[in-house]
Design a protein around this ligand. Structure first.
Ligand code: SF4
Length: 324
């Protein structure tokens, strides 16, 4: 059984000039222990998807359709308190900036111990021992001393390790990690990604990893969902999608990964920009930027459909589109 099922999720932002649809029937599943990457340019809807899953959509954003189901329990309609308890206990979160998850006024130990004791039936001394073990497991040197330090006494990379420890403190089944390394030095990024991957694997926690970086996806994930203009346009096993991208947008993202071996002067970028929510083109939303667009792409929107082991939303991969 899937750990998480997101079915036909619609997120809307009501505004003075009408309602904008930011996520349009997004569906995916995550199995226990699986790492699903969600990739796309800024504005594609990947962070909104993560925010909807953890119940932290910023108003006036709202779930306007579909379902989010965690282990058979629908969680998209829960009240704030119920969702807060699920967020600590069953879903952990790691954000881009570690300081959004840590309270600067409390030691990291206090924050870890409080989280552990809120969600697990353990004594204060047991919680402290668990907190020290978590800091050790996330690679914090001298955790017996560091537990009594404040967030500002840690470097950016060490702070993100503390946030990962905090996200795992109540032994959740799912971690939602939204651009967990974007704010860090390039030299630290690979260490944090490998920590996240290994520690979640050891604990059997599944991960929804949101990133704009296809290189991170390639190194970390089991499967990947590629988002464009509020929709998933391709989804499948990571090696298949990377080596044989079906959707022209995925192919463009792949070409933008820097290749140290290749003799290229500049990154191969996709021309144009992601459309804004109020100006999503008719037909396939990618058609103004697509080098392979056909007439039908301008008027009819392709649905995500199976093609071998992946799914893609592109007329080139339907019998009728290919014929045209
Ligand atoms: Fe390009 Fe058409 Fe496929 Fe969209 S449906 S990605 S415009 S070929």
């Amino acid at each position: 059984m899937s750990l998480l099922q997101v079915k036909q999720l619609v997120v809307e932002f009501p505004g003075r000039r009408g309602t904008l649809r930011a996520l349009d029937r997004v569906s995916f599943e995550i199995a226990p222990g699986e790492i699903l990457g969600m990739v796309g340019e800024s504005g594609a809807g990947k962070s909104l998807t993560g925010a909807a899953v953890i119940g932290l959509l910023e108003p006036p954003g709202r779930v306007a359709g579909g379902e989010i189901v965690l282990e058979g329990q629908r969680i998209d309609q829960l009240g704030f308190e119920q969702m807060r308890s699920i967020r600590g206990r069953r879903i952990g979160a790691v954000f881009q900036d570690p300081l959004t998850s840590l309270n600067p006024l409390y030691t990291v130990g206090r924050q870890l111990i409080e989280t552990i004791q809120t969600h697990l039936p353990v004594s204060a001394s047991e919680a402290r021992q668990r907190a020290i073990a978590l800091l050790r497991d996330t690679g914090i040197p001298a955790p017996e001393q560091r537990i009594d330090h404040y967030p500002h006494q840690f470097s950016g990379g060490m702070r993100q390790r503390v946030v990962i420890a905090l996200a795992l403190a109540a032994e959740p089944q799912l971690i939602v990690a939204d651009e967990p390394t974007t704010a860090l030095d390039v030299s630290i990024q690979a260490q944090i990604i490998s920590l996240l991957k290994n520690i979640c694997h050891q604990r059997g926690a599944a991960v929804l990893l949101i990133t704009h970086d296809m290189g991170v996806i390639a190194e970390t994930c089991d499967r990947v969902a590629v988002m464009y203009a509020g929709r998933i346009v391709e989804m499948g096993p990571v090696h298949q999608v990377i080596n044989h991208p079906m959707h022209p947008y995925t192919a463009g993202l792949m070409a933008s990964i820097p290749d140290m071996d290749a003799d290229r002067d500049r990154l191969n970028q996709i021309d144009g920009a992601m459309p804004r929510l109020h100006a999503i083109p008719p037909g396939c939303a990618f058609h103004p930027r697509c080098p392979q667009a056909i007439a039908r792409c301008r008027s009819e929107r392709p649905e995500l459909s199976p093609v071998g082991v992946t799914q893609t939303a592109c007329w080139l991969h339907t019998t009728e589109g290919a014929a045209a």
